[in-house]
Design a protein around this ligand. Structure first.
Ligand code: SF4
Length: 312
């Protein structure tokens, strides 16, 4: 699949609980992913694929990052993430090394980890400063329910990939574990996940849950108290990163949030309408909209299967 649409490759800097001010980089088409997670805040996966290719030209991506860095104050991290799985871009290693030619800002890769069992993919991300892969299930059965992976991905292989990454990568690996209420928040599942986490042995374990609107309504939120209990069970290097506070006060972030609010007060808008109207990347729009929904300043309704947001 070659992407034809005009793409905005950078978003933010946006406030991130674990990465400070993070400049997000997106270089795969919306939503090309190896998974279709039930909790995904970007909605259902439209292109489930394992096909690695140069979806967008590396030169264009790097040019936009370099330009953006001249216009914004220095972010704490440049984060390769985006509207799908970043390791699907066959030249992600050139993107990392290209960034390092014009910037000394640490580069983080946020990946679902599904392709790390492939040595070539581990090599491709080896130039990053920090890798944050995911593990959301303790067994094949739950993996299929939560992540709804591409049929070419085997649970055991995926876990081995995470373990190999930890052994080979010279920088830190922070493992994100997403606990889905009503699915993986049982004692049995948590203890299976912990066994795998102990085997992978990441520097840090970061627990998240459904604080953002999920792709499927049945993907539930786990309350803060229970998450803290799970964190204590996982051990000293575990923390809860789920953002229950929901509202960020960063000045540059608040002013754009106001723009979003003004726009949806004029007429009901979808995420794509807002992105197009304000020239924002989709992921950035999702963050603003979610905060406004959480503050009850806007509301969401479904019309013809589409989510529309309106201001009060
Ligand atoms: S949460 Fe991440 S890995 Fe899961 S479907 Fe969404 S983009 Fe893909």
């Amino acid at each position: 699949m070659k992407a034809k649409e005009k793409k905005i490759y950078t978003f933010g800097p946006v406030p991130s609980r674990r990465l400070g001010r993070s400049l997000g980089i997106d270089f795969v088409p919306f939503k090309a992913c190896t998974y279709d997670c039930i909790y995904c805040q970007l909605g259902r996966t439209t292109t489930k694929t394992m096909d690695r290719q140069e979806y967008f030209p590396v030169g264009d991506v790097l040019r936009e990052i370099e330009e953006k860095l001249k216009r914004v104050s220095r972010p704490d991290y440049i984060t390769l993430s985006g509207s799908g799985e970043p390791t699907l871009h066959s030249r992600i290693s050139d993107i990392i090394s290209g960034i390092k030619e014009f910037s000394d800002i640490p580069v983080a890769v946020l990946t679902n980890g599904s392709l790390l069992w492939i040595g070539e993919v581990r090599d491709a991300v080896s130039g990053a400063d920090l890798i944050i892969p995911s593990l959301d299930a303790g067994s094949e059965e739950t993996f299929l329910r939560v992540n709804r992976p591409h049929s070419g991905i085997r649970f055991k292989e995926m876990v081995e990939g995470l373990r190999s990454l930890r052994e080979e990568f010279v920088g830190p690996v922070w493992l994100e574990v997403f606990i889905t209420g009503g699915v993986t928040d049982t004692e049995d599942e948590i203890s299976k996940i912990k066994n795998l986490v102990d085997y992978i042995a990441p520097e840090r374990i970061q627990l998240n849950t459904t604080v953002r609107t999920p792709a499927e309504e049945f993907a539930g939120l786990v309350n803060r108290e229970k998450m803290e209990e799970i964190s204590a069970f996982f051990g000293r290097n575990c923390e809860v990163i789920a953002d229950y506070t929901k509202v960020h006060s960063l000045g540059e972030f608040s002013s754009t949030r106001e723009d979003v609010l003004e726009l949806v007060k004029l007429r009901p808008c979808s995420i794509d309408d807002i992105s197009a109207g304000l020239g924002l990347h989709r992921n950035e729009t999702v963050k603003y909209v979610q905060e406004l929904v959480d503050k009850k300043l806007i509301s969401m309704e479904r019309r013809h299967g589409k989510r529309l947001y309106s201001g009060h």
